[in-house]
Design a protein around this ligand. Sequence first.
Ligand SMILES: Nc1ncnc2c1ncn2[C@@H]1O[C@H](COP(=O)(O)OP(=O)(O)OP(=O)(O)O)[C@@H](O)[C@H]1O
Length: 370
Amino acid sequence: MHIEQLDLRNYRNYGKLNITFDDKINVIIGENAQGKTNLMEAIYVLAFTKSHRTSHEKELIQWDKEYAKIEGRVKKQNQKIPLEIIISTKGKKAKLNRLEQRRLSDYIGAINVVMFAPEDLTLVKGPPQIRRRFIDMELGQIQPTYIFHLAQYQKILKQRNHLLKEMQRRRSNDRTMLEVLTTQLSQHAAVILEKRFVFLDLLKKWAVPIHHSISRKLEKLEITYRATIEVSEEDNKEKINSIYVTKFGEIQEKEIERGSTLIGPHRDDLLFYVNQKDVQTYGSQGQQRTTALSLKLAEIELINKEIGEYPILLLDDVLSELDDYRQSHLLNTIQGKVQTFVSTTSVDGIHHETLKNAELFRVINGSIGG
Ligand SMILES: Nc1ncnc2c1ncn2[C@@H]1O[C@H](COP(=O)(O)OP(=O)(O)OP(=O)(O)O)[C@@H](O)[C@H]1O
């Protein structure tokens, strides 16, 4: 799949932009603060309806304007699909084939996008929420029902935390309500965990051999899921649900005392081992980067396997962060089959021949020239 055309209106520092892209490699080049990441972000928002770098959507609207609009024409399985996101101070609209989609899960997945930015290099070393976000974004775009369960889970979690806080302060003792919320939360948590286990199994199938190859066959990567309950990656949702229900029963008084939900997928994590050593604690920066790169490359292959087409790849200022060997590995993998957007301040540090045939877009203060 690829984006043929992108139109922006009042999006960050782009007042008006109409641009046609190459279906292979597009290099977005410009000095700092000219709008390279803004362009990448717009493509990301077109795919996920939200930004990868802010949760405050008002920031996406050009200063002093009422709304921001992103329109894209995507070619997927030989069909041209028009997509549109409008963000205004009143809210957000997502249109697929010119029809407004009320549920996010009906829109997300229309195009598949994989973003690789410098922050992703901290995927291994950074806090657990980065790894949970990684799973949620990647799994969500290949399985829209996951987004539905995640959204329900988060809604119920909020209500449950509020109730627990009220019970902690002795302003409520509504045990029946707590039981209802616990039952609902466990059900969604079980579906989320089951789907994460299936996804992880697929991810490992790709990431482990890729890591082996990038490390010149010296390193064996292992990935495990760390849950807040004792569960096996082979367990199905019924089994997981019953484990949650039992555990919630056991910790109920502790949860009331703390005023918060203490177990569930919102507290889980991924662990990475290289040659049986925990990469987060013992890995070199190089090993951590290889792991992050292997995961991203695995994701690209996984989406191709699940969807039947390669996703669109956004490499925001990250190529120059990788050494020549890792750069080559990345660019050789995508060569000729993945529409890719590379943003950079200079092509000096990027030596691969793929870029020689790329289409070049020069960004100066929210305008693009060839
Ligand atoms: N809502 C907005 N309205 C207008 N301009 C904005 C808005 N949000 C950000 N900008 C401007 O966009 C520019 C930053 O663009 P961007 O983040 O894409 O930079 P970049 O080209 O990727 O630079 P770098 O190489 O430093 O990352 C800044 O000049 C900023 O003032």
